[in-house]
Design a protein around this ligand. Structure first.
Ligand code: NAD
Length: 346
């Protein structure tokens, strides 16, 4: 079978990581990546050998790349014409316009969590609904927070048969490379209650009853979730067996905070940098083992999310789902992770 030809529209924080992860797989290849115009991000595409295209077909915009010293292979239409699927990593809210373009060309498309579920009517996380996405024309990989919630709640739900969840998202104010967002000295509650993060889990696992609150705090490196889950009677779990359940899941790391001196997101991300993946990424959700406590039927726990990278392997699996090249989500996850989640390769 020939490799799946993948276009990346929007080579920013998420786009450059998805391109790298796709490039590492042996069943897919990058046809090209887009930028709006010449900027330092183009250098990485050149270094990686990814053909550079413009997000627009406007000849003046395309010509501006040469003026900036970069070779531009063409406009978005040229890129889409030679690809099987596009991963749209544009900033949120461009989805509607971009989807119309993809539909005109007749190309499959994957969007990111900045877009609403209604755009595609279908969303994706690997463990929740890979099968429902098989051979679909378009889907949306849910946000970093919703992906994180799914990683620990879906196996819990699958074990228990039902689950009622209340959670608080303590969100990073901005990504490390972002100079426009805040707050830098305040805690900002999301006054739309409930926040969209928890209910968004229902787009991939409708059976989970869940609501959330969210606050933004002045940090750039991770989100933390404080989660309370009510398990049904007769769940048969203990704190220890919940921990074992998560330890057996792909893309979840459970580690003792106190014993390992990993008590804050700063140390967790320092550990991630020691692992030595590209950009110091941590694709897994990090659960503090000593912060897990089942009291009666009520489970309490904290988890941390590396917002720039947990959705990256999910995008690779979503490509296989839409292309129908791997029907078993666990097989896709194993294949994706074997190619990108190296340990100690510094
Ligand atoms: P970003 O701003 O870092 O990158 C976006 C890229 O798209 C930039 O290179 C920009 O030049 C390009 N672009 C601008 N207009 C475009 C257009 N019309 N068409 C195509 N590309 C265009 O943004 P990001 O953080 O990578 O976010 C991309 C998507 O991923 C958003 O939906 C976001 O909500 C989602 N997401 C972001 C994070 C995160 O932590 N950064 C995590 C999960 C999901």
């Amino acid at each position: 079978m020939s490799n799946t030809r993948v276009a990346i529209n929007g080579y920013g924080t998420i786009g450059k990581r998805v391109a790298d992860a796709v490039d590492a797989q042996d069943d897919m290849e990058i046809v090209g990546v887009t930028k709006t115009g010449p900027s330092f991000g183009c250098d990485l595409a050149v270094k990686k050998g990814f053909p550079l295209y413009c997000t627009s077909d406007d000849p003046e915009r395309i010509a501006s790349f040469a003026a900036g010293g970069y070779e531009c292979a063409g406009g978005l239409s040229d890129l889409l014409a030679s690809s099987d699927i596009v991963v749209d990593c544009s900033p949120g809210k461009h989805g509607e316009e971009n989807l119309a373009t993809y539909r005109t060309v007749g190309i499959k498309a994957i969007f990111q969590g900045g877009e609403k579920h209604a755009l595609t009517g279908l969303s994706y996380t690997s463990s929740a609904n890979h099968a429902a996405n098989l051979n679909a024309d378009a889907t949306r990989v849910v946000s970093c927070n919703t992906t994180g919630l799914s990683r620990t709640l879906v196996p819990l739900h699958d074990h228990c048969g039902s689950l009622k969840v209340e959670c608080t998202m303590i969100r990073r104010a901005a990504d490390p490379g972002d100079s426009k967002k805040g707050p830098i000295n305040a805690i900002k509650p999301v006054l739309k209650v409930p926040s969209h993060h928890g209910p968004d889990v229902k787009t991939v696992k409708p059976e989970i009853e869940i609501n959330s609150l969210a606050v933004a705090v002045p940090t750039t490196i991770m989100h933390v979730h404080a989660i309370i889950a009510d398990l049904p009677e007769g769940h048969g779990l203990s704190t220890e067996s919940v921990i074992d359940l998560w330890k057996a899941q792909p893309r979840v790391i459970v580690m003792a905070g106190e014993a390992n001196r990993l008590t804050t997101t700063a140390e967790v991300m320092e550990m991630a940098r020691d692992i030595g993946r590209k950009w110091g990424d941590l694709h897994e959700i990090f659960v503090w083992e000593d912060g897990v406590s089942l009291q009666g039927d009520r489970l309490y726990y904290f988890q941390a999310i590396h917002q720039e990278s947990d959705v990256i392997p999910e995008n690779v699996d979503a490509i296989r789902a839409l292309m129908g090249t791997e029907t078993d989500w666990r097989a896709s996850v194993a294949r994706t992770d074997a190619a990108i989640s190296h340990y100690y390769n510094l």
